[in-house]
Design a protein around this ligand. Structure first.
Ligand code: KG4
Ligand code: ZN
Length: 341
């Protein structure tokens, strides 16, 4: 089955073609960074309008790149939540219209299930059960995946998501949107021992996270550094590095705890923050000491993309799932509400 996947939940238009026999045939991504940069964050209305402009040209692009025609598409999958409502409506409307025009089925896909499935697009997918760390701009969750569609929430952030903490720290440091990659880049030149930021909730039992206090500490540190003179580039790099270390330490400690609690030896990491190099290195070395392994997607499949939606959609479509008559998109949608197909 050849599935066209369309992702429009936030500020990236992602389109891909996935073939259940041949794998990923083509994918294309348009990032709206330039549209939102001058506002310092995503402006939902502008996001919706840009998805309207970009989705169809990207659909044509992936079909051409795959050497196919529209008639070769067997089904259309699209992100139906969670995400920005207007942006989701654009993707859902386009996807359902294409499917109706071609006389093929369509299916709305859960964005976080898409992220969760992205590491499974590899040649060596993990066996169930595994523990997943989902770290994006809107979510920080530890999940036990028993089977495709059977997810149990082990812990989550009680306030800011890890990606949100990166983005807010970037803003405090005067770095442009989107902040995560900028903070990570700056951190490479920083001294990890200069400031001591808290590792939130690590002394609490359980697997929940909290990142809003860390942001307050970063803010106070920046204010103190700026009292007598403006911060030097080295000051900024040191703050970025110490912040990154605090987030990475916290995530690593909780991941190890989750694997131990669940008696599982495989951790799958996905979502935008899983692109973070330091987090990948630290998880790899810490888990190998425990005889466990970590799997993460290729960098371009960590952040939002159409391939993960095409793939997760294909797994459900192959099992016979189809859209109902009425389009349904959801800004909020806990992943634990999903069921196996
Ligand atoms: O999964 P994603 O593309 O979109 C959501 O579903 O939210 O994740 C975006 C988030 C942003 O907060 C961004 O700053 C963060 O992922 N991010 C990173 C890195 N690359 C993206 N955070 C830390 N280090 C990175 N290299
Ligand atoms: Zn995402």
């Amino acid at each position: 089955m050849r599935v066209l996947g369309i992702e429009t939940s936030c500020d990236e238009t992602g389109v891909a073609l996935y073939d259940t026999e041949q794998g990923l045939l083509a994918d294309a991504l348009y990032s709206q960074i330039a549209v939102h940069a001058e506002y310092g964050g995503v402006v939902p209305e502008l996001a919706s309008r840009d998805h309207i402009r970009k989705t169809l040209p990207l659909v044509d692009q992936v079909i051409t790149e795959a050497g196919l025609t529209k008639r070769d598409i067997d089904a259309v999958a699209y992100t139906s939540g969670p995400g920005l409502l207007g942006a989701l409506i654009v993707g859902a409307t386009m996807a359902r219209s294409i499917a109706t025009g071609l006389g093929v089925p369509s299916l709305g896909v859960h964005h976080m299930e898409g992220h969760l499935m992205a590491p499974l697009l590899s040649d060596d997918p993990p066996d169930y059960p595994f523990v997943a760390l989902l770290v994006s701009g809107g979510h920080t969750q530890l999940i036990r995946a028993n089977a495709f569609g059977d997810y149990q929430l082990l812990g989550e952030s009680l306030d800011d998501a890890a990606g949100e903490a990166f983005d807010k720290t970037a803003k405090l440091l005067g770095l442009p949107y989107p902040g995560g990659p900028q903070v990570a880049m700056l951190a490479e030149k920083g001294d990890p021992h200069r400031f001591s930021f808290p590792r939130p909730m690590v002394k609490h039992p359980g697997l929940d996270f909290s990142f809003s206090g860390l942001k307050t500490h970063v803010g106070t540190c920046i204010r103190d550094l700026s009292i007598e003179a403006s911060m030097t580039d080295q000051d900024k790099a040191d703050v970025a590095r110490c912040f990154e270390e605090a987030v990475v330490d916290t995530l690593v400690i909780k991941c190890k705890r989750a694997l131990k609690q669940e008696g599982v030896k495989t951790l799958v990491m996905a979502g935008g923050v899983s692109a973070n190099k330091r987090l990948r290195e630290r998880l790899q070395s810490s888990l190998s000491q425990l005889g466990a392994k970590v799997l993460y997607p290729a960098p371009k499949l960590c952040t939002d993309n159409g391939a993960m939606i095409a793939y997760a959609g294909a797994l459900r479509l192959m099992a016979g799932e189809r859209d109902g008559d009425a389009p349904e998109v959801r800004a909020r949608w806990p992943i634990t509400e999903l069921c196996p197909p």
